[in-house]
Design a protein around this ligand. Sequence first.
Ligand code: ZN
Length: 342
Amino acid sequence: MDYRKFPKIELHRHLDGSVRVKTIRDLAVAGRFPLPTRDLDRLAPHCRVGRNCRSLGQFLQKFFFFYDFLKSPEAVERIAYEVCEDAAKDNIIYLETRFAPILQATREFSMEDTVACALRGIARGQKRFGITVRLILCCYRSESPASSIDTVEIAKRHLGRGVVGVDLAGDEVRYPARPHYPAFCLAQKYGIPITVHAGEACGPERVREALTRMGARRIGHGIHSVDDRRILDMLLEQKVTLEICPTSNVQTRCAPSFRAHPLKQLADAGVSVTINSDDPGVSNITLSHEYTAAVTQCGLTHDQLALSVRAAADAAFCDRATRRRLRRIIDQKWFRPKRRTA
Ligand SMILES: [Zn+2]
């Protein structure tokens, strides 16, 4: 089945993990940063993970190579615009992309301005490529609790104007979520939809923490929920949706292989699962690639995949009119398809 032809929804894609190699080169040149090479083929291995990646920590290390190039208004607007173009090209009709303002801000470029620039790029991209794109602002585990409060305050100011939620991202092995509880308390008070990276590299207790202490409605990854029946029951009872990213999980070794990935087990247990690309630039993949991997390698049936796309429409942090439109398109194309051979 060629999933490029199907309309798709993505809820979990990092803006900074989606940057094209050519854009990384252009931004480095523009900012006068030294590069090991300007040749794109030779530059690519510096920006993408290879087979030798051993952990989430090593995966995140890749970002250090190019992160300094991204800290300017032009860079943020450009990568936001290009994420719209790349997603539309892959027939994604609705995308929630995310980034951590604290990581892209500098003394001269405020967190608030990073968000304004991202929203400008998204506004241009949506118009040009006919795709709906919303923004989630990430608090970051290794950054200060105060920066997370600032992130939530910025999200509140832009809520309903392009920003639809907040997240906690970063290395959950080395940095616990607890210091960021106050920020998530505030987000709940403001009624901002919350998703939290949890149960990716760590166990199911982190998923419980995200649900009970942080008000998460969705969980980024959450694959280790499968290790605890009580957490699975919690996900089912509270109708929590998991944002699963198969290739990312295999590359970070959070799942040993595609075949051993718990996606199928979670779907069989009735958990609301969605398929996402996480960092398509760093992983060198597309969402269609992930849909294909979900079926051919993780063992999901085509019908389960169709249900996951519908689940993504249901769990999107969008307004009701947008959800109705997404549901209509998904139901038409995924559930009443004219049978055609792939
Ligand atoms: Zn992620």
